[in-house]
Ligand binder design. Structure first.
Ligand code: ATP
Length: 359
């Protein structure tokens, strides 16, 4: 019998309605080729849903989504909706409720794409940002008091636990073993002398269990400059929720466009569904024009299949992306003229025509 996976599809807002179907067309092509089944169900959650219902998700959403193997997600947010809500009421809720404590964000230069670092090669730009995704600076535990008074004050608390640090550290070192055996902890413990000093201490303890992996520590300011000046030094970057959020956008920029970056919010134990989404937001400025770059979404589809164990199909998608960019089949953000649909179709055509990928 065919293997079947239950996939919840959440387009979200803005370009989500264009890039998610583009990603689904690629998923369907590999499913057909590799003989597995994707039972998809669409959910209308997001800022558009909020406008009609006063909430980003239905009340039973988390309970329903729990029954799926994975969530294939675009982006949430609309310009007319308070921009603190999409993260709080959708993204962070899903990430924390489903213990998606790994945010896996690869950075890679594709052939045919002019990176702003154009003298770097494909070998130089190929690393993964592992962002701690459930705690740290984004726990949203804070308060604003007496906002309009002279005594006004605001506080946000970062929370780091041994449990939370250890699990993301173990994931990163194990990942490094499958790559180039190098982990860089991006931190700022010289100024955040409690929370990040503890972060460093626990990671250093975990590092001792992986003597075959080279471990080093780098401050976020130096790491930002190094992304631009010497990206070749990185393999697996292990960092906090806030730093990972910023660094992975910078990673998108050095690839050539934010539209290229894919990601996974991963619960490695598979106790809950993981969620796969491009690194960018809903890009309302270009929504509805069939011009958004679908590669970040398509790459997210590959990361999803890898997580589900469909490694060959995932590799086929990556080969399809590389073939497409190498042919100069690029959307406007990369200086090309191809539409969203044309880029996705080109990946699908490659998958249909190419031999089965072997990994
Ligand atoms: P968020 O905070 O939700 O991540 P954001 O405010 O950072 O969102 P984005 O929606 O990511 O903003 O858009 C930032 C810029 O990148 C916009 O100019 C947008 O058009 C561009 N962009 C984002 N995604 C794509 C894409 N898939 N293709 C082309 N351009 C994109």
């Amino acid at each position: 019998m065919k293997k079947a996976y239950k996939i919840a599809v959440v387009n979200g807002d803005g370009v989500g309605a264009e890039i998610v179907p583009a990603g689904v067309s690629v998923l369907d092509a590999v499913a057909e080729k590799y003989g597995f089944q994707l039972d998809k169900e669409a959910f209308p959650f997001g800022a558009g849903y909020y406008k009609e219902n006063g909430k980003f998700m239905s009340d039973d959403a988390l309970e329903t989504l729990k029954g799926f193997d994975a969530i294939f997600f675009g982006a949430v947010g609309l310009p007319e909706i308070d921009d603190t809500l999409p993260a709080r009421d959708y993204t962070f809720r899903v990430r924390t409720s489903f213990q998606q404590y790994i945010n896996y964000r690869p950075v890679k230069l594709f052939p045919g794409v002019d990176s702003p670092l154009r003298y770097k090669t494909q070998e130089d730009i190929d690393f993964v940002v592992i962002r701690e995704n459930n705690e740290g600076e984004f726990v949203q535990s804070g308060k604003i008091l007496h906002a309009d008074k002279p005594a006004g004050l605001a506080v946000d608390t970062s929370i780091f636990t041994r449990f939370g640090i250890e699990r993301v550290a173990h994931y990163s070192f194990k990942l490094a073993r499958k790559r180039n055996r190098k982990v860089t902890n991006v931190t700022k413990s010289n100024t955040l002398i409690s929370s990040l000093a503890y972060w460093d201490q626990v990671i250093a303890e975990v590092a001792e269990e992986y003597p075959d992996v080279e471990y080093s520590k780098m401050y976020i300011d130096n790491a930002s400059a190094s992304f631009v000046l010497r990206p070749e030094i990185f393999d697996v970057i292990l960092t906090t929720n806030l730093f990972g959020d910023i660094l992975s956008d910078l990673g998108g920029a050095i690839m050539g466009s934010l539209g290229l970056g894919g990601s996974g919010n991963i619960n490695p134990e598979k106790e809950f569904p993981s969620m796969f989404e491009p690194i960018h937001g809903s890009a309302p400025d270009i929504a509805g024009q069939n011009s958004a770059n679908p590669i970040g979404q398509i790459w997210s589809a590959a990361i999803m299949l890898e997580h589900l164990g469909e490694t060959e199909a995932a590799q086929d998608i990556m080969d399809g992306i590389e073939h497409t960019t190498a042919q100069g089949n690029l959307t406007k953000d990369l200086g090309g003229t191809a539409t969203t649909v044309e880029v996705a179709d080109s990946v699908v055509e490659f998958i249909r025509a190419a031999k089965m990928a072997t990994v």
